[in-house]
Design a binder for this molecule. Sequence first.
Ligand code: NAG
Ligand code: NAG
Ligand code: NAG
Ligand code: NAG
Length: 268
Amino acid sequence: MAQQSFFSFSILLLFLHCTNAQSPAASPVQAPPVAPVQAPPAPPAQSPSGVQVAASPGPLDVVKILGKASHFSVFVRLLKATQVDTELFLQLNNTNNGATIFAPSDGAFSGLKVGTLNSLSDGDKIELVKFHILPTFISTSQFQTVSNPVRTLAGAGNRFALNVTTGGNLVNITTGLTNTTISGTVYTDSRVAIYQVDRVLLPLDMFTPKLPAQAPSPAVALAPEKPKKAPIVESPTVPKDLSGAVSSFVQNNWALLAAGTVSAMLSS
Ligand SMILES: *[C@@H]1O[C@H](CO)[C@@H](O)[C@H](O)[C@H]1NC(C)=O
Ligand SMILES: *[C@@H]1O[C@H](CO)[C@@H](O)[C@H](O)[C@H]1NC(C)=O
Ligand SMILES: *[C@@H]1O[C@H](CO)[C@@H](O)[C@H](O)[C@H]1NC(C)=O
Ligand SMILES: *[C@@H]1O[C@H](CO)[C@@H](O)[C@H](O)[C@H]1NC(C)=O
């Protein structure tokens, strides 16, 4: 008896829920624990595809989409190795902000100086991957009005600056070290956009000397058994100004250092 009335009550709830679903002012997300329908407040974007989104079993599997595209294998490997894929999944599942991903092609990674990835610590790898993900959905047309620097999952501030500018049909991206252009849209719906970039976006924070932090501290600088991360001690006089010349100077020196680190790691 009790069971039966519970059952009828459930049916009633279900019925009410379905009826309500039509009204745009439908119940706040958590209300009835009856159906897993999320009734997402449609994002400020275009298509009224809320229904389809709600019907899908979970958030978009970005790794799968990139895997299908087949020329993002390095980025996919990094997403998994750093577990940023999990973070992205949670972000998409638990918020309605969506995400924008700048996916570097395999060609972008081969364009890096040899050994660049291997020389990064695990923490740096996480940061690098997160730097390619924005915690909001941005359509190509929204790039025209985006305010710089845009925020990435890696953090805020000048050292993680990522600026997007548009002109004509181009969407340009600069980090202060990397200039590139979105070369294609891999995927987009009203919540997630995946754009291809043909250069890895290098955050200033990771690839330039941290000037104040690295004042000569011989005890640290000379310690022989810490080949893990390149001690960025070179040229403390590098000015903040990042003309092309200076940044390529920095990059070249960094590459030398990185090469040194890699051989140190190989031989240890
Ligand atoms: C995904 O979102 C649903 C609904 O908000 C929630 O119940 C579930 O716990 C979330 N999954 C994870 C893994 O966070
Ligand atoms: C975007 O990049 C292209 C090629 O590098 C350049 O010619 C163009 O001036 C840039 N446009 C903007 C708005 O930065
Ligand atoms: C990014 O844009 C901000 C605001 O316009 C500007 O102050 C900063 O210098 C820009 N950084 C780069 C690397 O272009
Ligand atoms: C990136 O573009 C800016 C402005 O177009 C230029 O001043 C800068 O030298 C470029 N940087 C690199 C690393 O190519």
